[in-house]
Design a binder for this molecule. Structure first.
Ligand code: IYR
Length: 222
């Protein structure tokens, strides 16, 4: 059994004014984030992505199991393989697997089965959730709340991408098990999200959509 070990926590210790100002400026920054489907091929320093992934890795997780792996794909051959496999699945999705309601809901976003961004974006981050860990003698040890944990980490990843001045798309070419095969992932990993990252193509357009008002997403019990 491992012993409990507690250490001092050093909170940020901000005054009310600083907190208000930081909450407000963080919101102002985050509300400018948009999903981008057309990327410039311009590359960026690998250290940027390293710190973005470190930020994601600082997320809370069930029993602190940190049940995630972030694969960074910049290899053109692998990006091409991923695009081909994703387009194959998306062809099926757009031609029968998605309901009419679903296709109608996607109309304003202008999506289709072509996924050029999977080759054009300088990097793809493939997020995997680890459903268990291999321990000694090939035995399995279960992880907990994997989807919640990896979802939180991915949210922090997306915020960090935006904060760094990069753009991304949360892409889900379902089913996504082709990613486990192409990237030769171990048996305990399941593809969770495919996130192309980079700078937007020049003059990129985004759908004219709005976010819900605070009064429609917050219910205050006083
Ligand atoms: N995975 C498909 C379809 C799609 C589904 C949802 I829900 C979206 O918000 C966007 C797209 C695609 O990526 O085209």
């Amino acid at each position: 059994m491992t012993e409990n070990r507690f250490i001092d926590y050093n909170p940020m210790k901000l005054d009310q004014e600083e907190m208000r100002s930081r909450a407000s400026s963080f919101y102002e920054e985050m509300k400018t984030r948009r999903s981008i489907r057309e990327f410039s091929e311009q590359t960026f320093h690998p250290e940027i992505l390293e710190n973005i992934i470190r930020t994601a890795g600082s997320a809370p997780s069930g029993a602190n199991k940190q049940p995630w792996t972030f694969c960074v794909v910049t290899n053109p051959e692998l990006k091409r393989k991923i695009r081909m496999a994703a387009e194959e699945e998306e062809h099926e999705n757009y031609n029968g697997r998605m309901s009419d309601d679903w296709l109608r809901d996607l109309k304003p976003l202008g999506t289709n089965e072509r996924k050029e961004f999977l080759e054009n974006a300088p990097a793809l981050i493939v997020v995997f959730k680890r459903i268990f860990e291999f321990i000694e003698d090939g035995k399995k040890h279960q992880n907990y709340y994997m989807s919640e944990s990896v979802g939180i980490a991915t949210g922090m990843l997306i915020a960090a991408i935006h904060h760094a001045g990069l753009c991304c798309l949360t892409h889900t070419p379902s089913p996504m098990n082709f990613l486990e095969k192409i990237l030769d992932r171990p048996l305990n990993e399941r593809a969770f999200l495919l996130i192309p990252v980079g700078l937007p193509a020049e003059d990129v357009l985004v759908p004219d959509i709005e976010r819900k008002h605070i009064d429609d997403i917050r219910i205050h019990y006083i």
